[in-house]
Ligand binder design. Structure first.
Ligand code: KIV
Ligand code: ZN
Length: 521
């Protein structure tokens, strides 16, 4: 990026789905999933892709390394605290990249500085000086973040930024770490930082959504001179999440002229990116979510439908085709073959490898036998279920499930699971049929699991709609997510429950998860 870019209206999209996004409770992506998301983010055209936090675990280090050496297009960034070991580890992970950035941070607010770091103001300034300088010995491209900037004393904050800039930081990030600022406050802070920082340094926003203001605050930042926004796909991230990539992208696309800014994203990849992230993380997108929600372009009332049919512009300010959204067509039935199935997935921009394709096709056939017609949305859900599973490596496979109950009968369930050549059968009673089915699976799997969240939705309308269930379990202190789709909601729940257990069983490196918990920002 040239110095001219900093002064013109180009807003850099810094994607942190794989770092801050992955810190959302219950998300634990495999290395393969991270690389797949990174490749999709490159197709989307993000400017900077934060691949992870290499010091947090060996698995994270390897994922960042693989992304750095294989994904081309964006600048690949990695996070590092202002410590020598973090910075050296980040540089080591990034060295295979064509262009790379070290993103180093330290807490600056009194509350975080005193309670977490136990460091004086001077010690924080010294740490910034020493470690931005160290990062610069590895790469020209260094970003500095003052964690909890919006709750930091302004004079001290500006002093931190001055030190970082004088040591060569090329991007200064202003995180609203706890989502506390209001748009007018945040905009004013960006204006002050912009005014006293040399032109060649990019000012960046990093807004969390605790009060639902992440997008509004990021926009206020842009209006006041920020030329980088840190965002995550579907707005995922710590607690209530980060500024949503797709919302900022479409605000700039739709109102860019009024704002005097633009970006370089390939908007047609938005839906596909959103679906991939939702499928792999198990975080569903709420139906009324701006831009990527299932209802974002649905017109229900007669007046609206009439208006849109007469002229789309009456009620639509964005073109759904522009973000890669096709209508909800009835696509396939039980006679459809593998070729038609693969073709339908390709039209939806759903890319799956051979193994997942075979499994998804088998599931499609099972479901089409019961449901007759499968829509685009059903296909997305079927693929999501398959991608969420541990694949061929699933330790336990659901052979059959039988449930019984009613108004006068205690709910019971019997489940048969296959582990290699062994069949395990167990029964359980429960508060309801879902509870009984999950209890029977838990017994058969021999695993202690606590249900943390349970989400059920219907994929389309109608009584024959597929039920889509996402569960989050706590297994031995580790959160895991599972997804299940079926025409019957009890079966979908059982599948989701078992998928989560399989995921926990496939995560063998327990120590790694614990280490990450200690260091994540
Ligand atoms: O929210 C935050 O402050 C962060 C920093 C590490 C940038 O994620
Ligand atoms: Zn953050």
């Amino acid at each position: 990026m040239s110095e001219d870019d900093v002064r013109d209206g180009r807003v850099r999209i810094f994607d942190t789905t794989l770092r801050d996004g992955e810190q959302a409770p219950g998300i634990a992506l495999t290395r393969g999933e991270k690389v797949e998301i990174a490749e999709q983010l490159a197709r989307l055209g993000v400017d900077i892709l934060e691949a992870g936090f290499p010091i947090s675990s060996q698995g994270e280090f390897e994922a960042v390394s693989e992304i750095a050496s294989s994904v081309r297009g964006p600048v690949i960034a990695a996070l590092a605290r202002t410590t020598e070991v973090d910075i050296r580890r980040a540089a080591e992970a990034l060295k295979g990249a064509e262009r790379w950035r070290i993103h180093t941070f330290i807490s600056t607010s009194d509350v975080q500085r005193e309670s977490m770091l136990r460091m004086s103001h001077q010690q924080v300034l010294d740490a910034i000086r020493e470690h931005v300088t160290l990062a610069k010995t590895y790469t020209e491209d260094v970003e500095f973040s003052a964690q909890d900037a919006t709750r930091t004393d302004l004079d001290f904050l500006l002093e931190c930024y001055d030190v970082a800039v004088s040591c060569g930081a090329t991007t200064i990030n202003v995180p609203d770490t706890v989502g506390y600022a209001t748009p007018s406050e945040f905009g004013e802070l960006i204006r002050i930082v912009r005014e006293r920082t040399p032109d060649h340094v990019v000012i960046s926003t990093h807004c969390h959504n605790d009060l639902g203001l992440a997008v509004a605050n990021s926009l206020a930042g842009i209006e006041n001179g920020a030329r980088q926004v840190e965002v995550a796909v579907n707005g995922i991230g710590e607690r209530a999440g980060n500024c949503s990539l797709e919302e900022i992208a479409m605000i700039i696309r739709t109102r860019g002229e009024a704002l005097g800014v633009h970006h370089g994203l390939n908007l047609r990849e938005i839906m596909r990116t959103s679906r991939l992230v939702s499928m792999t993380t198990g975080y569903s997108v709420q139906p009324n979510k701006a831009v990527v929600g299932a209802s974002a372009f649905a017109h229900e009332s007669g007046i609206h439908q009439h208006g849109v049919l007469a002229n789309r512009a009456t009620y639509e300010i964005m073109d759904p085709l522009e973000i890669g959204l096709e209508g909800n067509r009835i696509v396939l039935g039980k006679h459809s073959g593998r070729h038609a199935f693969a073709d339908a997935l390709a039209k939806l921009n759903l890319e799956v490898d051979e193994e997942h394709m075979n499994r998804a096709f088998a599931r499609f056939k099972e479901l089409a036998d019961r449901k007759i017609q499968i829509t685009d949305q059903d296909l997305v859900a079927i693929v999501a279920e398959e991608l969420g599973s541990a694949g061929e490596g699933d330790e336990l496979v659901l052979e059959s499930l039988q449930v019984g109950g009613g108004t006068h009968l205690a709910p019971t369930a019997t489940v048969r699971l296959r582990r290699g050549d062994e069949i395990i059968q167990e029964s359980a009673m429960g508060d309801g049929m879902i509870d009984a089915a999950c209890g029977a699976i838990q017994r058969a799997a021999g695993v202690e699991a606590r249900l943390v969240t349970f989400n059920v939705s219907s994929v389309t309308g109608g009584s024959d709609a597929l039920g889509d269930v996402v569960v989050q379990l706590d297994i031995g202190g580790r959160r895991v997510t599972g997804r299940g789709v079926a025409t019957d909601v009890v079966e979908a729940s059982a599948r989701a429950y078992l998928a989560a257990i399989n995921r926990a069983l496939s995560m063998t490196d327990r120590r790694e998860v614990e280490t990450r918990a200690e260091v994540t920002p």
